[in-house]
Design a protein around this ligand. Sequence first.
Ligand code: AMP
Ligand code: MN
Ligand code: MN
Ligand code: MN
Length: 291
Amino acid sequence: MTEPSPLNAWPIYDLHSHTQASDGLLTPEALVLRAVEQRVGVLAITDHDTTDGVRPAQAAIEKFQLPLRLIAGVEISTLWENHEIHIVGLGVDCDNPVLTAFLQQQNDRRMARARLIAERLEKAHIPDALSGALALAGGGAITRGHFARFLISQGKADNMAQVFKNYLARGKTGYVPPQWCTIKQAIDAIHHSGGRSVLAHPGRYGLSAKWLKRLIAHFSEVGGDAMEVAQCQQAPNERTQLARYAQDYQLAASQGSDFHQPCPWIELGKKLWLPANVEAVWQRFPEIEQV
Ligand code: AMP
Ligand code: MN
Ligand code: MN
Ligand code: MN
């Protein structure tokens, strides 16, 4: 793997993270405090289809005078060729009416799907999943992550990987095909609110090289700006390969932990650096850092 370039050694940028506003376990306040502990200098909060974590996080940064810059972000679920593809928006205006209406529609879809997931689980003799998952979501965007935690609490599985494999993955008892927006609709909503769009974790969709290139080509054609190249958990060659794709498709490069909760493998700011042959998203689009 290419060595980390000294240019992006400081500050550490972590441009993908979650709070209790969706399926993260930490409050926005706890997340920013942890980011500072981990020496992150620039953090994007990118909850699933909501920006509700951003304002409380900014308030905490001001209250505690933290040495941390916050980027207002979001992670939008889309459907492309029957694959669920996540598009991160960075530097969005949380109050933009086009964006808020768009995210409301995504959350209506989340709630409709949650009802159907619960119906399916009920038929499989697992009652009360909707109220259980909603209680865990605590008013935040409802996700399969909440159903996963509910099923674990009911003793149906020991861990997240197992519960997804047995209940929530495509074709399993609790799986309901989602009705997400298209990639272009997500990018347009992000652009409308002044943000930049990033193809999230391209290595995690289980696509062959041919299909991954198709996805990146499509994302670029419909106006996509950047793609995630660096994550803390990656196969040895993935970062180099993704950097090459970013170069081939003239996309800027992003990096993020996709932190959801404290765990031994994934940590804010951990192992995040970009190979030297790509242009960082914060360099090509410096306006994303203006709150
Ligand atoms: P949703 O957007 O409602 O489909 O929920 C997707 C979320 O579920 C992801 O953002 C992850 O946090 C979580 N998730 C999906 N697959 C897995 C998995 N195999 N193991 C653990 N968490 C997962
Ligand atoms: Mn998640
Ligand atoms: Mn994602
Ligand atoms: Mn994420």
